[in-house]
Design a protein around this ligand. Structure first.
Ligand SMILES: [Zn+2]
Length: 248
């Protein structure tokens, strides 16, 4: 007798079947969720190894209204365990999404609710979007984050070229004036950005030694153009990090 049978097969036969099934997922594009499919395959294999027919829908805190209907529930992979809704095997989503990890009845504790939660009742809750207002705002931030990434991708190359120029100048400085070069690149950039007295001294000393640390006029124009765009991008990124990781 396998683990599955030992744990709950007997109980399974005595439980009154539930009639609820998960809603159909016609609108979801399978091609847009390559990772989920891969993860799902591994999870299903693990479930087989563990001889369990149950999976738990795990989710990231910024899930969409559709994923919210599924999140936290336990599902029966085969649909034979009538205590739980049948797992929507092809479910995928373009939001941060959910995936299905194996759980063992009577052994596993629910990840997303209190351990005293009746998982049969919880898994059969109505299929509705039960996100809080705060959770809903996270998905907006996710959307803005994706838009910001896309927007910034057009400028990133130019921005990185400026950083590359700074790196090169710093390397030259370290090579030619090791005694007065700042200890780190970030330290150098800080003083350059703030145009400190020490930076002015460094600038003069460097020119005497054939290195011009100042930007070319072309780079100055680039910086002028890109800085407000980069600030906007950085603002959205910070909001995103705060919403997901409470990162300040
Ligand atoms: Zn979703």
């Amino acid at each position: 007798m396998g683990l599955f049978d030992k744990l709950f097969k007997k109980e399974l036969n005595t439980v009154k079947p539930q009639n609820q099934t998960a809603p159909k997922q016609d609108s979801v594009q399978k091609s847009s969720v390559p990772l989920n499919e891969e993860v799902q395959e591994i999870n299903l294999k693990n479930a087989e190894k563990l001889e369990t027919d149950l999976v738990e829908a795990s989710y990231f805190n910024g899930c969409c209204g559709e994923c919210a209907k599924y999140r936290g529930r336990w599902f029966s992979i085969s649909g034979n365990d009538k205590r739980f809704p049948k797992m929507p095997v092809n479910y995928g989503c373009t939001c941060s999404g959910i995936d299905f990890s194996p759980v063992i009845f009577g052994v596993s504790e629910p990840t997303w609710c209190d351990e005293s939660t009746d998982m049969i009742a919880y898994s059969n809750r109505p299929f509705v979007d039960d996100r809080t207002e705060e959770e809903k705002s996270i998905i907006d931030i996710d959307k803005r984050n994706a838009e910001a990434d896309e927007m910034w991708s057009k400028y990133e190359k130019r921005w990185n070229a400026i950083r590359e120029y700074d790196h090169k100048q710093y390397d030259k400085l370290v090579e030619i004036l090791p005694d007065i070069a700042p200890k780190s690149y970030s330290g150098y950039m800080r003083m350059k950005k703030n145009n400190t007295k020490n930076y002015q001294k460094l600038l003069t000393e460097a020119i005497i030694n054939g290195i011009n640390l100042d930007y070319t006029d072309e780079i100055k124009r680039e910086i002028e153009q890109l800085t407000p765009i980069h600030n906007e991008y950085a603002k959205v990124k910070a909001e995103y990090m705060k919403a997901h990781y409470n990162y300040k």
